[in-house]
Design a protein around this ligand. Structure first.
Ligand SMILES: [Fe+2]
Length: 262
């Protein structure tokens, strides 16, 4: 099923449809002092790829790639991922309700359907996939229940809630889609590579990782620039997006440090 993310694929019909203006999309007029969407996304990409913000270079990812992380550390990291991601995925329903454009709302809904049911990857809800991986790594249900959320995961969970509930939709999408999900295929492709090479997991056990390394996840990352083109048209709005992207990259990278607890 899931193919490595590094391979660039032609845009799917769904994302191609989203590049055309939505029926109810706003007319775009850029204010003085604002940069073009292309300049903005290039600037943001450079921020995301800075050292200590780029999750592909995080010591945990590199340790899995080299076979140096223990099963317990991988399970701990994955369980903490579930503890912040599960409530955050449910908040996509809030983002859906707050989003004014048909095409962007469709993308958000597709993302929820994939997270909840594995609708597009034809797998299962992502939390169920994570359960299987955890059990294969030696973490029983009882052990999972005994593992409390760590401060780094709380911070990530809290920030996602703030950016979805309290910030303009363009900042919500810049944080969740552009910064978090767009990078996931690259991060999870490295994890999948390391897990296949050095750890004994079945295909079922690997699926929670391989599904995030797939084109399904790439699809989730396509909404940010569309929203920025429509709504980040003043310097003030662009500065809001700059903060949302930078802070998301910071707290997400920091969340990966949880592997040190295990
Ligand atoms: Fe997921």
């Amino acid at each position: 099923m899931a193919k490595k993310a590094a391979k660039k694929k032609a845009p799917s019909k769904k994302s191609a449809k989203r590049t055309a203006p939505a029926r109810n999309a706003p007319t775009i007029v850029r204010a003085v002092g604002a940069v073009s969407t292309e300049e903005l996304t290039q600037e943001l990409d450079a921020i995301i790829h800075q050292k200590a913000r780029d999750r592909t270079k995080h010591p945990f990812v590199q340790a899995v790639l080299a076979g140096k992380a223990t099963n317990n550390q991988i399970a701990g990291w994955l369980h903490q991922f579930a503890l912040w991601a599960d409530p955050s995925n449910k908040l996509f329903g809030v983002m859906w309700a707050r989003c004014p454009d048909d095409d962007l709302r469709q993308g958000i809904l597709e993302n929820m359907l994939e997270e909840e049911y594995g609708e597009f990857s034809k797998t299962a809800g992502h939390m169920r996939l994570i359960d299987k991986t955890l059990v294969e790594l030696g973490w029983s249900k009882k052990k999972q229940e005994a593992d409390e959320i760590k401060p780094e995961s709380c911070l990530q969970k809290h920030w996602i809630e703030v950016v979805i509930r309290n910030r303009p939709i363009v900042e919500s999408l810049a944080a969740t889609s552009f910064t978090a999900e767009r990078m996931n295929p690259f991060v999870f492709a490295l994890l999948e590579k390391g897990l296949r090479k050095h750890y004994r997991l079945t295909e079922d056990g690997l699926r929670s990782v391989s599904v995030h390394a797939s084109h399904v996840e790439e699809e989730h990352g396509s909404l940010g620039p569309i929203a920025m083109r429509r709504y980040a048209t003043t310097k003030q709005a662009q500065d809001g997006v700059r903060f949302a992207v930078t802070h998301t990259a910071d707290v997400y990278y920091n969340q990966y440090n949880v592997w040190n607890y295990y």
